[in-house]
Write a new protein. Structure first.
Length: 542
């Protein structure tokens, strides 16, 4: 493990291990739990790590061994229905009760001193938020890494199905707790069959061939795009952050599929007056736990030591630290988002992007989106190996992609904060998706995606409609000599399921109609222009 990553803290203790402890769940089912502990005399705080992905690689060394070496008891527990634990797994319904049941069991252990923290990424973050809905008095610190609090938003955006991520979650939840071999085989099978599955007509049920059989809960989440549907009752744990008093550190990456959820968590914690810290790195969902692991682990450890061991020496001086893309530097901020002026950039004839506002809302440009030949997705906040910043040049050469590009910059421009698109569009069917993306174009013409978003149009045919599309957030410097580009298309497949153009559900559709989408001149790209930098050495500083 230490040969894999440099800059990890030195080991403090040898580690002991008690595998396979049966901890009773809320209904009495055994939750199989491994206990890692320092081989030393004395009282040590406890960390609870609840996972549906098994207790082997990579979780055992990353969370069990490394944290126990630093002076913590660590409970690495398989959620019910996974990793040998009893009962049936459900995507969200049991985590709060099972977490509380585990804490009740902890109170009876002679080595438990009453100081409890939680830590973990992704769904392990969801398990933390579930416990925080009714936090036990022993809970003194949380570290949520690339974490989830709203399952609906993981699978749907503005009514569109996040298809590729849904399939990746299905494979992970089904196979990862069985071990690295079955999980790797499932991932490779999904990769081979992704094209056939994502273009199936109808789409519903087609995933079974790629995932090795039916996954009933996945079919359920795909069939319920409306967040107000009773199916999602109790799924979101957002309310936990709205009243939480437990100090909570949040870590994510700008290309993490859950970055928006992390930023929402931060905002809620700040409004609640909860002590919190935010780190956003140049990572995807998976690379945060790979090449980003030294920074993520060091930040997490500092937070846990500060709040469980009364040792704040490792904490950074500011509440927020973000990595600024383009500049490749870390920046310390007092809060997020910073108080930055928002400016509008407007599309203009011949593909120009300008600060000059239009004089009318006349049609400006149009494209034809054909769901039989859907505009492909390139990079972005995915759960797959293709995530992150990518060259969009080939994508932008397609006839179904509009680009509007600003002038060559004479000095750097920093964008710090939420990005959005204010669109006026019309379509010939009344049903379309509009995918919008911010790109950085360098002096050689290479166009790299920074952030993006998708909106859904439901209106009368040929009737202009206005919509605002959130495009996530960023901290990015457009260097002198670079250009700002706004990219607009009718989708990003298979990241999002194809819009059939008919108003029919993308899951059930067997008829697909090409759609002509017209962009009007009063549309705008909204950017928060940041102030000058306050440089820092950043996490893992020398």
């Amino acid at each position: 493990m230490r040969a894999t990553w440099r800059r990890l803290p030195d080991r403090r203790y040898d580690v002991g291990w008690e595998p396979g402890l049966p901890v009773p769940a809320a209904d009495g089912s055994p939750l199989v739990t491994d206990h890692y502990f320092p081989r030393a005399e004395g009282d040590f705080p406890t960390l609870l790590v609840r996972s549906p992905y098994g207790r082997g690689l990579p979780w055992s060394p990353m969370y069990g061994l490394l944290l126990a070496e630093q002076g913590f008891h660590v409970l690495l527990q398989s959620c019910r229905g996974t990793g040998g634990s009893g009962g049936d797994f459900h995507l969200w319904r049991n985590e709060a009760a099972d977490g509380r049941a585990t804490v009740s069991w902890l109170r009876e252990q002679p080595w438990f001193g009453g100081e409890l923290g939680t830590v973990g990424p992704s769904y392990l973050g969801y398990a933390q938020w579930a416990l925080a809905l009714d936090p036990p008095p022993e809970l003194k610190a949380m570290v949520v890494q690339v974490g989830l609090h709203d399952p609906h938003a993981l699978f749907h955006a503005q009514g569109a199905l996040r298809l590729e991520n849904a399939l990746a979650v299905g494979a992970g939840m089904t196979y990862q707790h069985q071990g690295m071999g079955p999980f790797l085989n499932a991932t490779l099978r999904l990769r081979r069959r992704l094209g056939a599955v994502t273009t199936a007509q109808p789409l519903r049920g087609a995933h079974a061939v790629a995932l090795g059989g039916e996954v009933p809960w996945l079919d359920d989440v795909m069939r319920h795009p409306d967040p107000g549907d009773a199916y999602w009752n109790g799924a979101s744990t957002a309310e936990a952050a709205e009243r939480l008093a437990v100090p909570t550190a949040l870590l994510t990456g700008w290309h993490d599929a859950l970055s928006d959820q992390t930023l929402e968590q931060y905002g809620r914690l700040r409004r609640a007056g909860c002590e919190t810290a935010l780190l956003v790195g140049p990572w995807t969902h998976t690379s945060a736990l790979q090449r980003g692991w030294p920074e993520v682990f060091t930040e997490s450890l500092a937070w846990l030591r500060a709040h469980l061991c009364a040792d704040p020496s490792g904490l950074r001086p500011t509440r927020v630290r973000v990595h600024v893309g383009g500049q490749n530097a870390w920046r310390d901020l007092d809060d997020w988002p910073p108080a930055s002026p928002v400016t509008a950039w407007f599309p203009a004839p011949d593909g120009h992007l300008t600060r000059q506002a239009p004089t009318d809302s006349a049609p400006l440009a149009a494209f034809r989106y054909d769901p039989a030949d859907p505009t492909p997705s390139v990079g972005g906040p995915l759960l797959s190996r293709t995530a992150g910043p990518r060259d969009n040049s080939a994508l932008e050469s397609r006839g179904d992609v509009l680009t509007f590009t600003g002038p060559e910059l004479t000095e750097p421009v920093d964008v710090l904060g939420p990005v959005s698109a204010r669109l006026t569009v019309s379509t010939d069917t009344g049903h379309a998706d509009v995918f919008v993306r911010l790109c950085d174009v360098d002096a050689q013409g290479r166009s790299v995606n920074i952030c993006d978003g998708l909106g859904r149009v439901r209106t009368r045919a040929h009737s202009p409609t206005q919509l605002t599309v959130p495009m996530s957030s960023t901290a990015h410097r457009f260097a002198a000599g670079h250009r700002i580009r706004w990219q607009i298309s009718g989708g990003a497949h298979p990241r999002y399921a194809r819009n059939p153009g008919t108003g029919e559900s993308p899951l059930e559709a067997t008829t697909f109609t090409p759609v002509h989408v017209t962009l009007h001149a009063d549309s705008a790209l909204m950017l928060a222009h940041g102030a000058g930098p306050r440089p820092s050495a950043g996490p893992g500083r020398e």
